[in-house]
Design a protein around this ligand. Sequence first.
Ligand SMILES: C[S@@+](CC[C@H](N)C(=O)[O-])C[C@H]1O[C@@H](n2cnc3c(N)ncnc32)[C@H](O)[C@@H]1O
Length: 181
Amino acid sequence: MDVKNIKKISIENKIPILRDQSADFIAKILIEKNINSILEIGSGMGYSSVFFLSRKPDLKIVSIEKDKDRWSFCSENIKNKNITFINECAFSFLINQKYDCIFLDGPKSKQKELFEKYSEFLNEDGYIIIDNIFLKFIKQTKNSKSLLKKSEDFKLYLNELTKWEVSIIDIEDGIAICKRK
Ligand SMILES: C[S@@+](CC[C@H](N)C(=O)[O-])C[C@H]1O[C@@H](n2cnc3c(N)ncnc32)[C@H](O)[C@@H]1O
């Protein structure tokens, strides 16, 4: 299935996907920095993975998704030898290799925990890229206030990291690009 169709199906199923300018911006980084391998947390319906591969076809992507139906959709409909979809929770997933890039696009309430866990599995010169740093577009629910507070705390946490260079890019919902100093 191609990028256009996956995007359409994701929108129809109300699965949040990487926004257009953000997707372009990240794809440019992947190309400029010659990223060869990505671990993605949060496959959704596979849109971001397929988009990145459409821009850099030699990328090797491993993408983790906890929702069984979404994972089945990806596995059945996206046939590309360079993508592996895994049905696992990011917090229990056992990793056995390092990657050039970790793309965090999973649960927005536990970004710090994910950052801490997955930074161990980043190659020395690699990048951690995080979407939805601002959470500008979240719906007002009983949990949204607490989520926004966690998001503010996470931004402070990123800005206070002394061993990392962190750039917060003001595109759409905000992207953080993190690299070890
Ligand atoms: C924003 S969507 C991902 C969108 C996708 N990256 C794209 O742009 O097409 C976030 C996904 O993270 C998944 N997710 C949430 N918590 C997770 C967890 N603990 N482990 C793995 N995936 C998780 C959700 O089920 C959802 O499909």
